[in-house]
Design a protein around this ligand. Sequence first.
Ligand SMILES: [Zn+2]
Length: 283
Amino acid sequence: MIYEIGAIIIILLFIVGFSFRGTEDDVMVAVKKQGPPNEIPMMENAPQLKQTMKGSIYATSIIQKEKEVIQQEKNQKIVYLTFDDGPSSDANELLDVLDHYGAKATFFMLAPHIKAYPDVVKRMVKTGYAVGLHGVTHDARQFYHSKKSPLHEMQEDQKVLEKITGVKSTLIRTPYGSVPYMLDSYRKEIELYGFQLWDWDIDSDDWKSNSKAYVSRVINGIKFMDSIGKHPVILLHDRGPTIKYLPILLNWLNKNHFVTKNLEESMDAYSFKCNDRCHPYGS
Ligand SMILES: [Zn+2]
């Protein structure tokens, strides 16, 4: 009799466990359907809480809350500003402009520039911007030399950034974007070490001229991405002429109720897929 009761209890626990697992899977499917780039729900960021609450009467309400957060984020108009190649000698001015508009941004920075302007990098971290890595040489021939060379440049950059700020960033953007030189075998190497590769949705082409032409290009891109319900990652550069006209873009974003956010390590990183377009540098 005792054995029979024991067996029934075990079966009941088994069924309860499964029903909650099923509900969590539903939430994750909902998250995946949104597509990149979106933030992972709160429960994923609190594995210990997840473990404790699993199977309890509170689990359902937490899952409901997660669904609400996902829905709110879906309704929000979010853009991700990213600045490459810095920090430049104008980076303080760039932060002044961003601070003035209460904007968030992510910086993909080069090791020699971090060493040259450590104070502004500390300011970025202190003020709450996201800091990421862009390598050491910014020379395609050297950076994409072998499947290990992107990894080694990012590891070196990571060390330099961590020494100055204490932040061990895993956010990376490779020089000129990941296509066509970041072969799948190169990507595997960086993934193995936990780096998250980010490309972009909107290329501002800001480096092509010193005019404000890039601003309308970005605004058109944002309008299109908004029309298809996507939260775009925008490629910009940490350079004087871009900074000069940035207030026009930030004003437009504010007026049109867009919110700027940092890229986070908890997000699914968005990178271009090779799809037969990748080849080694120089071939
Ligand atoms: Zn670059």
